[in-house]
Design a protein around this ligand. Structure first.
Ligand SMILES: *Cc1c(COP(=O)(O)O)cnc(C)c1O
Length: 385
């Protein structure tokens, strides 16, 4: 049997290992000097002022919602096609969630559907406080359109860029927050770069940044200017909000710093593999993902092809039999039993449902070899015969 090909996978070099060992042998294990160094490098890479590293993107999304004052009774809207963390963050805050349909070309939140939904919500006084725009598979969402709507309707914007570090929108790196309040990254091992577990929240707003830093660490401050009753003692600190322990460790940050320098070369490799897929499968009735456009350059975190439903199960079956890890990103969030049991009634969204019936994620990561690509494409070809 040929060896198993996973749909995504981390790449750990000797340098990564040495960076982690150095952190292990240093004074600090948890957040010490390496975390702020990682934050600074991350901010520089994205050309943004501030970054807060966290223990996951999920926790970064949670404190981003809190920093933007999302409260019980408020609404957060996001795309129906994403990982559940994109919407769970609202539920952690006691807020309500609703979903916007996707654009069938980009598979991202559809700016036009969003506009229509906002017009209706305004009449009923049910406007959202936050929109979470997800850059699905690494292809940036139409941020300019979403920002224009936010100027009109007053909601805040979080970019869930868990898939999209290194991607570009209007020739700028995702994460510069030109069209959003906060951008969140994930460093889970299947993502573009990894810290084991880890995430970050980036912003150009210093007030938001201060709150993110506070909420990451119990709501505790050692800054006299923030204190309610400042006491001039070195041991004194105050808890001024209800925060969490969402800190990243120095061990993780050391791995992150070591990986950071390889983002662009990883993405280049991902584009080469995508090109191979297209060359190999071009004659088949397959819809290939957008890898770039005038406005976007995808980080290609995931490679999702779309096929007619009658082929789909055959392809999954064939890939499974050939020891290839296909996947489905994602089930519409509102279909999950937990969401069905919420008070909000979710009607199926047309494009999201169509996507769900046609999508297949085939393996894409920088370590895939050419012969493995051929194994994958032959397996798909055989299934579509
Ligand atoms: C992976 C992922 C997350 C969560 O990331 P973690 O770091 O595992 O918490 C959130 N949103 C999207 C779209 C993701 O793919």
């Amino acid at each position: 049997m040929d060896s198993f090909i996973n749909y995504g996978k981390q790449d750990i070099t000797e340098d990564d290992v040495n960076a982690v060992i150095a952190a292990l042998k240093s004074e600090h294990l948890t957040q010490g000097p390496v975390v702020p160094m990682f934050e600074q490098l991350l901010a520089e890479y994205c050309d943004v002022q501030f970054a807060t590293a966290t223990n996951s993107a999920t926790s970064a999304l949670h404190i981003s919602c809190l920093a933007l004052d999302l409260q019980a009774g408020d609404w957060l809207w996001t795309t129906a096609i994403s990982f559940v963390a994109s919407s769970n963050c609202a539920l952690y805050c006691g807020a309500k969630v609703d979903f916007v349909d996707i654009n069938p070309t980009t598979n991202n939140i559809c700016a036009l559907k969003l506009k229509e939904k906002l017009e209706l919500a305004e009449k009923e006084n049910l406007l959202p406080k936050i929109i979470v725009a997800v850059h699905l598979c690494g292809l940036p969402a139409e941020m300019k359109d979403i920002k224009e709507l936010s100027d009109k309707y007053g909601f805040s914007i979080i970019e869930d860029a868990s898939h999209a570090i290194g991607a570009e929108y209007l020739s700028d790196k995702v994460g510069n927050c030109k069209f959003s309040d906060i951008t969140v990254f994930s460093f889970h091992p299947v993502k573009i770069i990894t810290t084991g577990e880890g995430g970050a929240a980036l912003t150009k707003n210093s007030k938001l940044h201060n709150r993110l830093q506070l909420l990451r660490s119990h709501g505790i401050t050692r800054d006299h200017l923030e204190m309610v009753n400042p006491v001039n003692q070195s041991w004194y600190y105050e808890q001024i909000e209800l925060g969490f322990n969402y800190r990243m460790t120095d061990i993780q940050a050391a791995l992150g710093i070591s990986q950071l320098g390889r983002i662009d070369s990883y993405i280049e490799k991902r584009h080469q593999i995508a090109k191979m897929y297209k060359e190999q499968l071009n004659d088949l009735p397959i819809e290939f993902p957008t890898t770039e456009s005038i406005r976007q350059y995808s980080s290609l975190h995931l490679y999702v092809i779309k096929v007619n439903i009658e082929y789909r199960d055959f392809i999954f079956e064939s890939l499974k039999n050939d020891n290839i890890g296909a996947n489905l990103h994602y089930i519409p969030i509102y279909q999950h039993p937990y969401y069905r049991n919420l008070d909000t009634l979710y009607k199926p969204l047309e494009n999201a449902e169509k996507y769900y019936k046609s999508a297949i994620t085939i393996p894409l990561h920088p370590k895939i070899k050419d012969d493995e690509i051929l194994r994958i494409t032959s397996s798909i070809r055989a299934a579509m015969k």
